[in-house]
Design a protein around this ligand. Structure first.
Ligand code: SLL
Length: 174
């Protein structure tokens, strides 16, 4: 195939973590969760406003801390889409997401695999799981709190430079 010369296509997405401390009211520790785990958390990659990204991002691999069982988690868009079949729009999963519990912060390696026809190489992102708000000032810390949650989200734009014609069609027709 040929590349579309002089064209750059951008697709926005969000990645990051959301953490919530276990307490006695709104985030009760399930009985199966070890006693030293202080938080439930999730790491995700998704579209802005949950817009579909599965047509250009086909797989996300999250590499968690080695202390976590089965620390390499691979999610395929195809599998998620199959699980979505027959579900009402409001219940469809639109994110690549891993839900976990634990006690410590660490760096998560996020590997992005693009649509096969894009012929793009996988790309690696690094994201620090935040369980506790951080910052130099109370305002900075407060900005990370969202209700009882600690959010560390990054807005990013994926750029496709001179995409192949077939992929360009997919990108521009949805
Ligand atoms: C620290 N460098 O010492 C970090 C390591 C590891 C976090 C944090 C284990 C969860 C599980 C967990 O939370 N590990 O056992 O499933 O703070």
């Amino acid at each position: 195939g040929k590349r579309v010369k002089g064209v750059q296509i951008y697709r926005p997405f969000i990645y990051g973590t959301t953490a919530r401390p276990f307490n006695d009211t709104d985030n009760i520790r399930p009985p199966t969760v070890p006693a030293d785990h202080t938080h439930s958390w999730q790491v995700f990659v998704k579209g802005v406003d949950d817009v579909d990204i599965f047509y250009w991002l086909r797989r996300v691999q999250f590499k968690l801390h080695e202390s976590i069982p089965n620390h390499l988690r691979t999610l395929d868009a195809e599998t998620i889409q199959k699980e979505n079949e027959g579900k009402p729009a409001s219940q469809r999963q639109r994110a690549f997401v891993v839900n976990e519990t634990g006690w410590g912060e660490f760096e998560i390696t996020i590997r992005l695999y693009y649509s096969v026809i894009s012929a793009e190489k996988p790309q690696t992102l690094y994201h620090h799981l935040r369980l506790h708000p951080y910052g130099r000032t109370e305002q900075e810390k407060e900005a990370m709190r969202n209700g009882g949650e600690v959010v560390a989200w990054v807005y990013e734009e994926q750029m496709f430079n001179e995409p192949f014609e077939d992929f360009y069609k997919v990108l521009t027709t949805g």
